[in-house]
Design a protein around this ligand. Structure first.
Ligand code: G3P
Ligand code: CA
Length: 244
């Protein structure tokens, strides 16, 4: 079994994160999966961005929850990464899904509900409703640092795959696994390197695996997947180590 390569926020290492060019590059780089983050705007739109605020990745300021889709679409989400990406916009969930459908993407779509800092009211129901009304060719995998989001979404869409995200503690992940809500763990690679012998035999996809050393570690131990900013590099290395 090959270790799946999941592109973190798209090809974040080579493109502005969580933008359509980053997702297109991930597919071109041979990623088996895409990882991305969703928030809710002031007017209830599902927005693809990492932070709760637009400040770091765009030329604007403010929280997603305080801005409408119209406000967000005025912002430049590319120019801070490199001038060549000027004019790149923050995408909605639907725009990302449509890009993947157009590309006939049949891999893993790992959607992280960014609800650990702001518990966006009703976001789980909106996401479930979106995917219950859109047939997609790819495999949906949900994750969140906020266990309540996982439990809520699992109740609404039990056929999807759920995985626990964690940085250091995995008590909650263990409970969700015992309750058959989650299948796998998405832990911090630094944590995995210290504790992996303690982990039960579960599907493991660590993040963020960016160095050759960490990639080799994941391949050598045949983890289910790895989440990386550099899917192109991960792909070249996997060819050498796992032959595919
Ligand atoms: O899914 C793993 C990873 O995305 C979690 O961390 O902060 O990049 O969303 P973060
Ligand atoms: Ca994420």
């Amino acid at each position: 079994m090959l270790t799946q390569i999941i592109a973190h926020r798209g090809s974040k290492g080579t493109c502005p994160e969580n933008t359509l060019p980053a997702f297109a590059a991930a597919l071109a780089d041979g990623a088996d999966g895409i990882e991305t983050d969703v928030h809710l705007s002031k007017d209830g739109q599902l927005i693809i961005i990492h932070d709760e605020k637009v400040d770091r990745t765009t030329d604007g300021k403010g929280r997603i929850i305080d801005l409408t889709l119209r406000d967000l679409k005025r912002l430049d989400a590319g120019v801070k990464f490199a001038p060549v990406y000027a004019g790149t916009r923050i995408p909605t969930l639907d725009e990302v899904v449509q890009l993947l459908i157009k590309a006939n993407f049949t891999g893993i779509f790992n959607l992280e509900l960014k609800t650990n800092k702001i518990h966006y009211d009703g976001i789980e129901a909106m996401v479930a409703d979106y995917f219950n009304h859109h047939q997609v060719p790819f495999k949906l995998v949900y994750s969140s640092f906020y266990p309540k989001s996982i439990e809520r979404l699992h109740a609404l869409q039990p056929e999807a795959e759920f995985d626990s995200l964690f940085e250091t503690k995995f008590k909650t992940a263990r409970r969700l696994h015992a309750e058959h809500i989650i299948i796998g763990y998405h832990p911090d690679i630094r944590w995995v390197r210290r504790h992996w012998l303690l982990l039960p035999k579960v599907q493991l996809r660590p993040w963020t695996v960016n160095t050759e050393r960490d990639m080799r570690f994941c391949y050598r131990h045949q983890f289910a997947g790895l989440i990386t900013d550099y899917p192109g590099l991960a792909h070249r290395l996997r060819l050498k180590m796992q032959g595919g």
